[in-house]
Design a protein around this ligand. Structure first.
Ligand code: SF4
Length: 411
């Protein structure tokens, strides 16, 4: 009996607990709902924000966002990337948007020759400009001399120094026509062979050995691989250091366009009785492996300079300002009656030496030196393998490939 009563009491208390639990759960749910409604109301202002961009930044913030200001002691506002909400309180959307980029991005070619080009890249982040610079220097393939077989060298230049000098001679050939060399025997698709055989006769003046003396061997190496083939008296053609299936000058891409090196580069000097005889084998490679494969002598950029006169600079001060600048950024305008005024004639030439703002606070108050953060003056100097404009388009393709690889990895 006793145990039955206890059981009954237990049943009663369990149902009481269940009712309490249900009530508290309902209360919690209610509270949660209330919290959610309050939160929604508190964020209503966000939903009501008009579409971005909502407006322009005040001039001083726009100036900080788009310009680096170069003061006499140090530059300020140098950061180029601010987080998307940096100007949210001013109603300006600072986030990166593809449509904005497409609208603003421009490339303007300023100078183009066979060897170099200067162009403006506008509306781009420094990270991209730097990516192009790095790709140009180290990721565009070229052909360069990698192996030197020296038969005779009695010049004063040691074999290893001679080989190093040969490696750095630019080869005028489109690297896209060749494959990267693997461990197999060099063939006509991955190797270019040059021969150098120069001597200085006795009783003759010293002779300069130049890159023009490197003669292209379209049929491959002429040096025999070993003496066995010759000793055995085999009637078959002795093996050489390359195995070309056909002569390179029979290939359509080279038949009218013989391969050569950059001219007039001095390799060595020979005294009377001295001689150099060697073969140089060029293969395809990348600048990140060795600088000899870099297709550019230089690839560099600078931000567009902006020089602004904050006050009128007249008469002797104008003369003084003009004379301060070593690259003639300023000019003098004749106002008549013997009056003169300084003007900014060539802001692009400014090297940011800051000479014009030295000499006291008064000069800092007169001249403002700035750099435009998203405008880059890019210069490419080719070594001769490919014209500079081709180098840039190849660099764009490589960056595109890299982006595609990242997208493929992420998706
Ligand atoms: S910073 Fe130097 S180069 Fe530029 S305007 Fe001034 S003086 Fe000329």
């Amino acid at each position: 009996m006793g145990s039955g009563r206890v059981k009954e009491e237990d049943t009663v208390s369990e149902s009481t607990y269940e009712t309490d639990e249900t009530e508290s759960e309902a209360k919690e749910e209610e509270e949660e709902e209330e919290r959610k409604t309050k939160k929604k109301e508190s964020l209503k202002w966000l939903e009501e924000l008009p579409d971005v961009p909502m407006g322009k930044l005040p001039p001083h913030l726009e100036f900080q966002r788009t310009r680096v200001e170069c003061r006499a002691d140090a530059p300020i506002h140098t950061d180029t990337l601010q987080y998307s909400g940096a100007y949210a309180s001013s109603g300006y959307d600072n986030s990166l948007r593809l449509d904005n980029f497409c609208d603003n991005f421009r490339v303007e070619v300023i100078r183009l020759t066979e060897e170099d080009m200067e162009f403006d890249m506008i509306g781009i982040d420094p990270a991209f400009a730097n990516a192009f610079r790095r790709i140009l220097i180290s990721e565009l393939p070229t052909m360069a001399i990698e192996k030197v077989l020296i038969a005779n060298n009695t010049s004063v230049v040691q074999d290893e120094v001679l080989s190093h000098r040969l490696g750095l001679i630019p080869i005028k050939v489109d690297p896209r026509l060749f494959e990267f060399a693997d461990n197999n025997t060099p063939n006509e698709k991955n190797t270019i062979v040059f021969k150098l055989h120069v001597s200085c006769e006795k009783d003759k003046p010293r002779t300069a050995v130049k890159s023009n003396d490197l003669k292209w061997l379209p049929h491959g190496s002429e040096f025999h691989l070993g003496s066995e083939d010759l000793k055995s008296g085999s009637s078959s053609k002795p093996r050489t250091y390359t195995s070309f299936a056909c002569s390179q000058d029979k290939l359509p891409e080279f038949s009218n366009n013989p391969i050569s090196t950059m001219e007039n580069i001095i390799i060595s000097k020979l005294g009377p009785g001295q001689e150099i005889e060697l073969e140089a084998h060029a293969v395809k490679g990348l600048g990140k492996t060795h600088a000899k494969w870099s297709p550019v002598a230089t690839a560099w950029y600078r931000m567009l300079p902006e020089v602004v006169l904050l006050q009128e600079v007249e008469d002797e001060d104008a003369e003084e300002l003009k004379n301060k600048c070593p690259v003639n950024v300023f000019d003098i305008e004749d106002l008549g009656n013997g009056r003169k005024r300084a003007t900014v004639a060539q802001p692009r030439a400014c090297t940011l030496c800051r000479e014009c703002i030295r000499g006291g606070q008064e000069w800092e108050d007169r001249v403002s030196l700035r750099r435009v953060k998203d405008h880059f003056i890019f210069t490419i100097e080719s070594t001769g393998a490919l014209p500079p404009e081709k180098l840039f388009t190849e660099a764009v393709k490589i960056l595109e490939d890299k982006c595609e690889r990242v997208i493929a990895e992420l998706s």
